[in-house]
Write a protein that binds this ligand. Structure first.
Ligand code: PXP
Length: 313
């Protein structure tokens, strides 16, 4: 059953109407039935004054329940479409900071299809919130990450022909390589995160190779939601729910991201273990209609308003 301690519950009036509309859709998808299946899917822990989310000692920790990392890759995609200088990813990142982003995420791909080396330098030099640099497991990327020593490095799989990062890292099959790849990043002072699917075996392997964080890939869940594949969507949420609980139980901080939108963010934000969400493509797209700052603010309202959805269930 969902459990709430009303004395410790925070409510966020500002996003409530949006949340109630979404709750109707969540019910259609059977998402609130997760609790009835006996799967831990509650939010009261996240709101507890003792704050179990704050036990990891992350220097990025603020009084926020869940940090929002804004991914600015696709600002660079638009810039690169013309090979020019605008829109500037740095300008977008600074606007995101002002609009409430707790961190900025950028993926320096091997083919430099969006973020460039000079973007990384500019972000390192001018951001006042932490940078989470996503990289593939290559010697070149390791060198760049060690040189810049950003707050966090998230290791992701990369295939040149893919449109985006389609799956999680196969930690199990790259254990030996990761044991060599990660230590220089740790020595440089980076917090190392692995982008993984919702698979307990991959999560256990992440612990063995020395990662402090796993970021759970939410792409399949989001695809199922937006395609209206309700059973798949529920199944993916169940996997993510179990994976998040497992990751925390084995001592990892839990992040999530990929494909998240206003509609899909709340069931993920409800997972009590989630400390950080990384969201990019949707926010950059939505900014065409409402502006980047407004899109970020609304996303934050929805993340913070998660309690209302659970309470209504
Ligand atoms: N997290 C990771 C590890 C990613 O690779 C990406 C995409 O670059 C994201 C989060 C953000 O995904 P999206 O742009 O779909 O919000």
């Amino acid at each position: 059953m969902l459990q709430h301690d009303s004395s410790q519950r925070r409510t966020f009036a500002v996003g409530a109407p949006i949340a109630r509309v979404l709750d109707v859709r969540y019910r259609q998808f059977g998402i609130t039935q997760l609790a009835a299946q006996g799967i831990e899917h509650r939010c009261s822990g996240a709101l507890n004054a003792t704050g179990h989310r704050f036990q990891h000692g992350d220097p990025m920790m603020s009084s926020r329940v869940i940090r929002l990392g804004v991914n600015i890759d696709h600002v660079a995609t638009v810039r690169n479409a013309r090979g020019g200088r605008y829109p500037s990813p740095l300008r977008a990142a600074r606007l995101a900071e002002k609009a409430g982003a707790d961190g900025i995420t950028a993926h320096l791909r091997e083919d430099r299809r969006h973020i460039s080396d000079s973007d990384v330098s500019a972000l390192m030099n001018h951001l006042s919130v932490p940078l989470n640099l996503e990289i593939a497991m290559t010697p070149e990327m390791q060198r760049i990450a060690v040189h810049h020593a950003p707050h966090a490095v998230c290791i992701v799989p990369e295939r040149r022909e893919e449109r985006t990062t389609e799956a999680g890292l196969d930690v199990l099959n790259h254990e030996a390589a990761l044991r060599v790849f990660i230590p220089p990043l740790l020595e440089a002072g980076c917090r190392v995160s692995l982008f993984v699917g919702a698979d307990p075996e991959q999560i256990d392997a992440a612990v063995r190779v020395g990662a402090a964080v796993v970021e759970l890939h939410t792409g399949s869940y989001c695809d199922a939601w937006h395609d209206g594949r309700q059973a798949d969507c529920r199944a993916e949420l169940v996997r993510l729910t179990r994976a998040a609980a497992h990751a925390e139980a084995v001592g990892l901080e839990v992040h999530a991201g990929h494909g998240l939108t206003y509609e899909t963010v709340q069931p993920i934000a409800q997972l009590p273990q989630i400390a950080e969400l990384n969201i990019g493509h949707f926010l950059v797209g939505e900014s065409i209609f409402v502006g980047f700052a407004a899109a970020i603010r609304r996303m934050n309202e929805l993340i913070e308003d998660t309690t209302t959805v659970v309470e209504d269930a």
